[in-house]
Design a binder for this molecule. Sequence first.
Ligand SMILES: *Cc1c(COP(=O)(O)O)cnc(C)c1O
Length: 235
Amino acid sequence: MSVKENLESILKKIRQAEIKYGRKENSVKLCAVSKFHPAESVIEAIEAGQTVFGENRVQEASAKFNELDSKGYASELHIIGSLQRNKVKEAVKIASCIQSVDRIELMDEIEKQCAKIEKKVEVLFELHTGEESKAGFADYDSLKSAVSLCVMNKYPHIIPKGIMTMAPNTDDQELIEQSFSKARIAFEQIKTEFPEIPFSELSMGMSGDFETAIEEGSTMVRIGTAIFGERDYSR
Ligand SMILES: *Cc1c(COP(=O)(O)O)cnc(C)c1O
């Protein structure tokens, strides 16, 4: 199957899940995760109409998306992988959204680097809800403290857009649901506690669990393998 066919099939499944779970039509966006796949694959996706892409390593993303840019392909890049402080400068140059903000130190650096280039960047706060790697804020209270700094205007270049989470990589449907449900509850709670911030994105769901994520309220699924095929980590 080509990237174009895979994309069409995934978009169809997303729309079907919206209907099945009583979600509003087109309330779930697709972030196509192109990590470990070459620029040519991204071009195929762009030509098939895809605009938002996710990458988890800044160096790889920078090389790839600068190449696309120079060839005249417009796209929107989200950084979705854990981000080291020394990669923030490059990350905010190339990305419109950083989905994997998991500590306040990182927000300080994002603010500093964005201020230098006079750019605003969207961020999602990553909440740890059960995934093995422990990435993300450990609990609701630590996430809430980070959000509250935005509310106090400490970060004029950061647009707090929502929450991201990863479910554990397991066949245990119940664990996956628990994980997504935790993120949704945190998302709703933040919206209730801070109605003044533009919280609208709940990024959850990958190739293996996106339909469950849509059932649990996801507004953005991040799908790699089901669009671009298996990743070759030996490259
Ligand atoms: C790689 C990755 C994805 C995509 O995973 P697939 O199983 O290939 O769909 C989604 N989110 C994050 C944070 C990732 O690192």
